[in-house]
Design a protein around this ligand. Structure first.
Ligand code: COA
Length: 260
């Protein structure tokens, strides 16, 4: 498998998948989402691979979000399609993969980046990691499942605060609220996750795939929330707040939202 924005290293039964667009802090554009889809599908069908670790290339970012430059000119329908297709092709795919996926959060995990980490089966962060859902600062809402998966992990009140302030939290706070399971120094992150992967690899892959199904099924009543998120995400794309928020980001200035 050769990709432009994804790299894969396999060691024993564990695959390390890198989102590889370091010059854009690994921001998720369409091509990267498509390549990750292909990579996960291929790894899932390989019986030798018993655990997958997902991280970002470079020391600075896991993934700094969806690619703002790519969607800044989209309208309502394109916005809805972006969220629906992304959820289907990557976020839901990862969540329901039969092979466990551990997010190794090696730096910024913002917007779509945190949403991707939350779609993984569990998360480990490096001490320098910073996590948040800053979409409302761009005039939009999280569109890749963030409004649904964050409350499942940290509770409704904490999730509301993170979504409404758009602020970032550090690794220790993420550990306290259950967003990540472990915090380790950056230089130990890969080895720590590989060890977890090796532990998983000793267990029955069939049983593991059913365990994932069963845990996920317990949350399946949330499906209407994901659909509402897609609709609301798209609706934001037709607003002046969205135009101002995305233009301000690309022009590297603070936004001045016109509001209702
Ligand atoms: N989409 C597109 N490009 C992005 C991006 C994103 N989500 N996040 C970072 N980049 C790009 C920057 O535009 C910059 O590109 P340039 O060098 O061509 O100007 C490059 O990645 C490096 O980022 P920069 O902002 O210069 O790094 P920084 O260390 O000053 O700041 C962040 C780091 C993560 C705080 C900042 O990049 C940021 O706020 N990113 C957007 C986060 C966000 O809102 N994500 C949600 C999207 S829905």
């Amino acid at each position: 498998m050769t990709f432009e924005n994804v790299q894969i290293e396999v060691e024993d039964a564990v695959a390390l998948v890198f989102v590889h667009r370091p010059e854009k802090l690994n921001a998720l554009n369409r091509n990267t989402i498509g390549e990750l889809h292909q990579a996960f599908r291929t790894l899932e069908s390989d019986p030798q691979i018993r655990a997958i670790i997902l991280r970002g290339s470079g020391p600075k970012a896991f993934v700094a979000g969806a690619d703002i430059a790519e969607f800044a000119n989209y309208g309502v329908e394109e916005g809805k399609e972006l969220a629906a297709r992304g959820q289907r092709d990557l976020f839901d795919l990862v969540e329901n993969l039969r092979t466990p996926v551990i997010a190794a959060i090696n730096g910024f995990a913002l917007g779509g980046g945190l949403e991707l980490a939350m779609a993984c089966h569990f998360r480990v962060a490096s001490e320098n990691a910073k996590m948040g859902l800053p979409e409302v600062s761009l005039g939009v809402i999280p569109g890749y499942g963030g409004t649904q998966r964050l409350p499942m992990l940290v509770g409704r009140g904490r999730a509301m605060e993170m979504v409404l302030t758009g602020g970032m939290i550090g690794a220790e706070k993420a550990l306290q609220c259950g967003l990540v399971n472990h915090v380790v120094p950056l230089e130990e992150l890969d080895a720590f996750c590989r060890e977890l992967g090796a532990k998983i690899a000793k267990n029955s892959p069939v049983a593991i795939s059913y365990a994932i199904k069963a845990v996920n099924e317990g949350f399946s009543s949330r499906k209407p929330g994901f659909q509402m998120e897609i609709e609301a995400f798209g609706t934001c794309f037709g607003t002046d707040d969205f135009k101002e928020g995305t233009s301000a980001f690309l022009e590297k200035r603070p936004p001045e939202f016109p509001g209702f």
